[in-house]
Ligand binder design. Sequence first.
Ligand SMILES: [Zn+2]
Length: 389
Amino acid sequence: MNKIGLILAFVLCGFYLKAQLSSNNICIIGNGNVQKSSTDNAVAKSISQLKIVRVNFHFIQKDDGTGNFNEVTDGDGRLKNGYVMAQEFLNRMNGFCNSNEALSIPIGNSIPVLNKNYKFILDAVYFDKSTAYYTYTSFQYPHALLGKNQNNVMNIYMQYGSTAQPGGSVIDISTTPGLKYTRMRSFWPGYLDQLATEGDYSGFQHAFAMSITHELTHLLTLSHTVLYPGADPCPANCPNYPGTDASCDDGCADTPTAEEVMAANNCAKHPNCGFNKFDILYCSNNLMDYNSGISLTPCQLNKIHTGLEGGLKTYLTCEAVKTDLVLSTVGFPNMSYFGKKITVNPPAPIELVTNNITDMYFSESVDFSNFSVRYGSTLDVIYETPCNY
Ligand SMILES: [Zn+2]
């Protein structure tokens, strides 16, 4: 693959999720998009402060509304709707954010294990009817048409794809808002397949949630550590991985390069080992590689927090509660609202209908008029401290 010269730059990252099939990573790059970024060598002053990033889920259906989760069912007759499924994903993604683990390479390292202090919150769930964007293809970008709140909420598109190749992609690891979205491929067929074969989808969902977390962490400026953006293994000056390439480097000194790892094992093992092999000697367990580990190093966390206290601050809940918000409707597709002073004051009475779940985050006040909450729905009103960095 030509790594330089294409107009669009994107990183496509796949985990393969079922044990009986081999690892299946598909990643594509362009634009000479080297891995080093504007946040290299950054030191974040707010790394100890928890940051919550707003995300939207989009379940993309065909034009007739079939082929994915919807407002009522899983698209295949079961009463599990997309709102519930999206929240399940969020819970799993935040589980990966709530813990960290020691980096497995280099062997015997003493790299500190810091709290990650970032996680995600569900802003809204959309069910887009678009046959044109239903199926994941390499050069198809639903964001311009379907993206919501693009400068303040990261958008996750759940698209169709063959069950053999789940994965995801991003196009932007900068600190500039706007193109902060990821396309995820093959969740729905994979979910149905695992239900049919095992009667349960939790293992698939776990792995897929990890893949979403990996993609969103790209959007928070991180690159792979031992792979090109396109997921080809970095060269390591070894017979099977010849040559060296200084651009195949994530810009963090505390994440060893493929060359360093292979030098330590006499070229026996490249650290890109494939899904569920992070506990094999010399295999990376970094979240930004493909081995299903969740480790992030101090340098990586400094890059994330530097991005979020800089240009990406607009995606944080603590920034969203600095501006007043006036609402005339409340409820699905939105699941969270943010404002300094939130005013719910529609011209005619409205209600939060049964089964809706809404959280309102405010920093000054919340005022309700002409608004009621129906039995069976949930409204939480939560104080949020504005960002102070
Ligand atoms: Zn990736």
